[in-house]
Ligand binder design. Sequence first.
Ligand code: FES
Length: 112
Amino acid sequence: MAYEEWHNIPIPLNVTKESKKVLSFRLKGKAYFLASHDNQYYAGYLKCPHAGGDLSRGIILESGEIVCPLHRYAFDLKTGRSKEGFCIEHFPVKVENGNLMIGFKKRGWFNF
Ligand code: FES
């Protein structure tokens, strides 16, 4: 799937390398979490799809899952899915020219 719109994540790269925590940021009026695991970055909407828990207060397991602090559902960072059937809306992250970038699908006039 092509991600045609890439935006700068307003978190310096060195901050992510110095921190093991999940971070949060806002972009275009929406809130996201940023996590890293095994030298990969992951981003998704900040609110848990189960009941709105703040995923930036979650923890990352060795298995590559982010655990929501509210009811402890674990979401796979690669797929966004939990065993309970919920799914985080997540986005690709890349490093370009020393900056973290988040990718969005380009929306046409017919997308809502
Ligand atoms: S709000 Fe995240 S698991 Fe319930």
